[in-house]
Ligand binder design. Sequence first.
Ligand SMILES: [Zn+2]
Length: 308
Amino acid sequence: MINRKLILVTVILSVVFVAVFLLSSRVPQRGAQSKRIQIVTSFYPLSHIVKGIGGNLVDVRNLVPAGVEPHDFEPSSRDLVEIGNADAILYNGGVFESWVNKWEKGNSPRPKQKINMTESLISNETMLITRDGVVDPHFWLDPIIMKKETEIVRDMFIKIDPLHRDLFTDNANRYIGTLSLLDERFRVGLSSCDLSEVVVLHEAYNYLARQYNFTATSISGISPDEEPSMKELARIISLVRAKGIQHIFAETVASPKFSELVAREVGATVLVLNPIESLTPDEVQSGQDYISIMENNLNNLRIAMQCN
Ligand SMILES: [Zn+2]
């Protein structure tokens, strides 16, 4: 009787032991997964670079959901916790993310690293200043500056995980190569055009225009919700007439109403020039990315500027 009880207890203990062993053998797997580098980005172009360089070694969480305009986005308290738990937060800086100032002054948990792209670029790059006297934050639309952003992200990864230096370097070089090809296509595509001026929705295209020698007059301000005055609209309409501009640019996320209003007034056609601040759900669905959208921007610029 005692022997039977002993056997039963032994069997139960063995089962328990095996179960515990099986459960505990799963722990390293979970551990390995959580060892992926955790990065939070403030908007799409940064998450695009981070995924491209980090590949399978990184989990990227982009704060602004698809189809949401990032200029006036506010993170939730859950977002703030995720930022605090991450290996790094990357944001554009300047006046782009209105929440960052508050976050920097506040005392919510900090990640190990923080990259403010504007501050990282400012020592090596001539930044543009807006009408309001602040740094124009829309530099990701210049493929040459995107290359520098790629190098900054590569160096961040090497600092977090030096063992994978070669992988991060290879991935960064590949992406920089793609950006060089994009730059070349813009240079050639916009080299011989009848017009050198375009009318855009918000003041997002000054770096792009500087790089490829054209002028972008914006209907709205530095953020799409800075609406134009009647006087400003009248000025733009007379400029469009004087220069023979036949296409007015709208965007994918912000309301096209002012672009449509100007176009209607002068009998022009509305085209899209995408500031790539956020992808729409359709763009995500159809696998569009920074490069393919920039190529589409180039095609539409060539139409509007009547290029050969
Ligand atoms: Zn903008």
